[in-house]
Design a protein around this ligand. Structure first.
Ligand code: NAD
Ligand code: ZN
Length: 254
């Protein structure tokens, strides 16, 4: 059912949370718009400005690597200054109360961890944009290391200092293989949940969008909280088309 208004949405959701013994949240870019990080698909979102760079193009072309880092540094201030919003904080308090088992996230902004959720309870399906790695040897590089070289060379993406491999933000691009361990953990959490709530995701990016369906088919209750309709709304027990922070703030510690 679609919640008729915000008050009923909060009431229905609270009742489901009370009843649940093991809840999992699945989050997308929409939970971070309140923190000033634009999503992909809202009007004015990143998608409408720049099509994402495919993994194969990043590997193949030096110009694309330069462009990827140019875009990354252009966005960096809004990421670095972002603070967790009400949605992030509500999930942190549900975890502290022992209600929430894990957050499976498509986000790369590190805000669930900043809100106080331990790293081993945040399953990052699309990596983390707060550092970089060499795609060949796996060396980790801090963004400052990349920035310094990028600036000194007039915007040329640096290669790995050890093996000369391509250095990429530690995020998963379109066309790049999904990370094995997070996928495995996400599956375990999904199948153990009795309540699965998708928050701020358009649910069009696969295979990530498969998790809400898996949970539902496995017998969990499915809630979709997103201000726009999604393709999976018909499968959900409860659809809430409201602002995330407004709905979730009932779960904040008073
Ligand atoms: P998306 O942009 O496709 O969808 C976000 C959805 O959230 C939209 O349907 C929008 O209507 C909704 N939304 C935005 N703000 C909202 C609010 N305050 N209340 C209620 N709904 C709101 O995002 P996605 O499904 O996560 O897929 C985008 C991909 O891009 C992901 O794979 C992710 O890795 C990446 N991404 C990440 C970030 C981030 O880390 N914050 C930002 C942009 C994109
Ligand atoms: Zn290397």
């Amino acid at each position: 059912m679609i919640a008729p208004d915000r008050k009923s949405a909060s009431d229905l959701l609270q009742a489901m949370v009370e009843e649940s013994r093991r809840m999992v949240a699945f989050t997308g870019a929409g939970i971070s718009t309140e923190s000033g990080i634009p999503d992909f698909r809202s009007p004015g979102g990143l998608w409408t400005k720049n099509r994402p760079i495919e993994f194969s193009d990043f590997i193949r072309s030096k110009e694309m690597r330069d462009e990827a880092w140019r875009r990354k540094f252009a966005m960096e201030d809004s990421f670095r200054n972002a603070k967790p919003g009400r949605g992030h904080r509500a999930l942190a308090s549900l975890l502290q109360r022992g209600k929430l088992s894990a957050v499976i996230t498509q986000n790369i902004d590190n805000l669930h961890q900043v809100s106080g959720i331990p790293s081993n309870r945040v399953i990052e399906l699309h990596g983390n944009g707060s550092y970089a790695t060499c795609l060949d040897c796996g060396n980790r590089y801090e963004l400052e290391w990349v920035k310094e070289r990028f600036d000194k060379s007039n915007g040329s993406a640096p290669d790995c200092a050890d093996c000369a491999g391509p250095v990429k933000s530690a995020t998963i691009s379109f066309g790049q293989a999904m990370p094995e361990e997070p996928m495995r953990l996400a599956e375990i959490e999904t199948l153990a949940a009795d309540l699965f709530i998708s928050i701020g995701s358009s649910l069009v990016v696969w295979p990530a969008a498969g998790f809400p369906l898996r949970a539902k088919r496995n017998g969990a209750k499915l809630v979709i909280l997103n201000r726009e309709p999604t393709d999976l709304d018909d499968a959900a027990d409860l659809v809430i088309r409201e602002d995330i922070g407004d709905v979730l703030e009932v779960f904040l510690d008073s």
